[in-house]
Design a protein. Sequence first.
Length: 405
Amino acid sequence: MKKIIPVLCAAALFASCGGEQKTDIVQQNFDSAAAQLKLAIHTVDSIVAARPDSLVAAQGDYPKVFPRSIRKNGSLFLISSKDWTSGFFPGSLWYMYEYTGDTLWKKEAERFTALLEREQFNTKTHDIGFMINDSYGNGYRLTGNPAYKNVIIQAAQTLTGRFNPNVGCILSWNPRRGWQYPVIIDNMMNLELLMNAARLTGNSTFFRVAVSHADTTMKNHFRSDYSTYHVIDYDSLSGKVLHRNTHQGYADASSWARGQAWGLYGYTAMYRETGYPRYLEQAEKIAERIHTFANMPEDLIPYWDFDAPNIPNEPRDVSAATIMASALYELSTLTGTKGPQYKAWADQIIENLTANYLAPLGTNYGFLLLHSVGNLPSDSEVDTPLNYADYYFLEALLRKQNCEK
Ligand code: GLY
């Protein structure tokens, strides 16, 4: 297995936890992922070959070429570049290249990454961080392609256009549902794009916007027990909190599982990027909260909401588990004495996912993991594979490997 040496200094991203034997659960999962992702690529290419017109933008939409999930009727849900999840499939292909060193994966990653290029100018979404950082960000880290660097910088510039200094946050969704300035916890995940751009350009505006967003979110999104609300709506002039709501969780006061995971991952990443102790403290407090939820199942794969009313008869959300595992591996490298505890927790998640949640090889259009939940209150993507569950699974496996070197 040829190893790829990341071009950027991402030492902290994949820092070593030290001292443990490499296990082959990582190899085993990457071998399966190779088979599944080849199936996914073949499936997409067959669909496009059968309908070449689908590659032509129609009615203002863009070609639907990125696998996102499986519809209720069993068909593959393909999305275009403007969907918030479009970066995850190319990102998974980049992780395949990172692990295997096989140029086949590089070529496929480049091919799918290129289809996202226009999103660098997309002013309509905060998710440009997910879209561009997972595709172009990983691509630049692994290849140093200067064209990728330019896309990252432009995308960060576009994202900062959604920052309002009165609020101190980047706007997540344009006003809707009576919200004036909604900011969702998920938005913490878009800050890595800004930190990348700050490093690449030396432009401190990117850094300041990211820190402001993280600080304001820390102040307003979290309850006293460090669980997080999903949506905080702000007054765009005074910056005052107007509403504390949910959109994808069970209730405003409940703890939507993926939201907790985004918070954990977001503050871990911000500590890696800034070295500010307050972010490490926040990540550790969130980890502690997640770990102590009474409704956390024994196998550590959360129900879709920790307060869902019919637990244990509620769907699990594997995507929340993979995001948590990836964050915990990283946190284990950044913290002091709690490192082994976080790593053991992440290891358990990976072992249980491998034992009980993998899609059988050759099925499910090439998705890796079953049993995620996208948006249960909208009855959308309930108990299905999701491309971001797979992306963070591969990332977690890479981080595990680096921990055990
Ligand atoms: N960012 C949207 C979600 O987590 O579903």
